[in-house]
Design a protein around this ligand. Structure first.
Ligand SMILES: Nc1ncnc2c1ncn2[C@@H]1O[C@H](COP(=O)(O)OS(=O)(=O)O)[C@@H](OP(=O)(O)O)[C@H]1O
Length: 423
């Protein structure tokens, strides 16, 4: 018995030493890469010149479109990828569109985000030189409009997506809790419930990664996530955002959102087909009582205001688009998605990570868990559909690699995560 205990202790100690060592190496590498960002910052005042933007657009190959569909798809766009809002599903749509039309992405370098949570700088873009122009910017970042605008033609369309702050908070809390030291000292069976019953006991704005616990949307957009909902600065920031973004999607109305996206960008139905990506298994989702939902809303008051504001603008857009027309389009999108599901997916739906046979389709997992579901591609798939099926089912990290992005820092972190915290 004591021999087993001793073995366990030695393994724990080894893991701990390895963790400390690797964390230090990671921090050092992170600081070094960040230093280079700061150095380049001041030299970059040049924006994307219109002449270059026109050249970019000329290179776009137009697919054969039926006469009923619009012939000039918009190709310059910024997708502000917010956290835990169904943004990976949108990202997959953008990757496929960009690949098909040979568009130029502004990608991060060495990792899958733009040095999040540091504010975005255009110098964080892979191989960036002042004056460079891109078609699409879409990886996680802490938004800075001025910096993003340097990369894109002036006609670029700015899009983002929001989600009900209660569900977003629940998702973020459960996904990131091991990466947020503030949560480590929460005792009790359900950490999320304990936290919501007394958030001020556990929360500190200065603590490492604390933004994952409060107004994460506000933080992602570059604002102060510690403002309370009734602070006048919250509405001021929301109005500022409404002048920056052309279209704000809502995760709860995902299909309607995609129809508005298609309409805004003059894309086709084929362009917006999707499978739900990055979803957690049901048992990892905490059910909140109505009382706790109210507490989560109060705690995330700034995000709640943001969501309410853009939920209203969203439905105004739907009204202008036409309710009946929207209903028909959503029906068609669902029909086409179901068709693709039958063509592409083994056993008709998502599966646990341990049951995914091909690592190309294994989604990134949170620290110490395997809660994110993925898919198996059908074995005897019709060859004409193989490419599109594989693209639709490829998670973000693998897709970025395929598009030529080096992800050495992300992979190193993945290795540390699995070695130290793996099951
Ligand atoms: N199509 C669609 N409709 C509604 N909801 C969807 C959709 N696709 C993904 N999801 C849910 O979005 C959550 C993952 O969000 P992200 O991909 O933005 O996460 S991440 O920040 O990139 O890790 C994750 O939520 P949780 O399962 O609650 O964590 C997904 O289930």
């Amino acid at each position: 018995m004591s021999a087993i205990k001793g073995k366990k202790c030695t393994r724990m100690t080894r893991r701990l030493i390895l963790l400390v060592l690797l964390t230090n190496i990671m921090l050092l590498l992170y600081c070094l890469t960040n230093l280079t960002q700061v150095k380049i910052r001041d030299s970059q005042q040049v924006t994307c010149p219109l002449s270059m933007a026109k050249l970019l657009t000329k290179n776009v190959s137009s697919p054969s479109l039926s006469t009923s569909e619009v012939s000039s798809p918009k190709v310059n766009l910024m997708f502000m990828k917010t956290h835990k809002t169904a943004s990976s599903t949108i990202l997959n749509i953008l990757f496929r569109f960009g690949e098909r039309h040979k568009l130029k992405f502004a990608f991060p370098d060495g990792r899958n985000d733009f040095f999040y949570p540091s504010p975005f700088l255009c110098s964080q873009v892979k191989d960036y030189r002042p004056g460079d122009c891109f078609n699409i910017v879409c990886n996680h970042m802490r938004f800075d409009h001025q910096e993003v605008a340097k990369l894109l033609p002036p006609d670029a369309v700015y899009i983002t997506i929001l989600r009900d702050p209660v569900d977003l908070f629940e998702s973020s809390f459960n996904y990131y809790h091991r990466a947020v030291p503030l949560t480590w000292r929460i005792n009790g069976e359900n950490q999320l419930v304990e936290f919501l019953n007394n958030p001020h006991t556990f929360y500190s704005p200065e603590a490492f990664n604390s933004f994952y616990l409060k107004n994460l949307l506000f933080f992602d957009f570059g604002f102060d996530n510690n403002l309370e909902g009734d602070d006048p600065r919250v509405m001021r920031d929301i109005h500022k955002l409404s002048t920056r973004f052309d279209l704000v999607l809502v995760a709860e109305y995902f299909d309607e959102s995609l129809i508005l996206l298609k309409d805004t960008l003059c894309w086709t139905m084929e362009d917006i087909l999707y499978f739900k990506l990055n979803a957690r298994r049901r048992s990892s989702v905490s059910r909140l009582t109505p009382e706790l939902r109210v507490k989560a809303l109060q705690w995330n008051g700034a995000d709640w205001r943001l969501y309410q504001y853009f939920n209203a603008t969203f439905w105004a857009r739907v009204e202008t688009y036409g309710r009946e027309r929207m209903k028909q389009e959503v029906k068609e999108l669902r029909r086409r998605n179901a068709e693709m599901k039958a063509i592409c997916i083994q056993d008709g739906g998502s599966v646990e990570a341990k049951n995914i046979h091909d690592s190309r389709f294994l989604p990134w997992q949170p620290v110490g868990e395997s809660s994110i579901l993925g898919y198996n591609v059908k074995q005897n798939i019709d060859p004409q559909f193989r490419e599109i099926c594989e693209q639709m089912l490829t998670p973000e990290i693998q897709y970025l690699s395929q598009l030529g992005v080096s992800l050495w820092l992300t992979r190193l972190w993945g290795w540390v995560k699995d070695t130290v915290f793996g099951d």
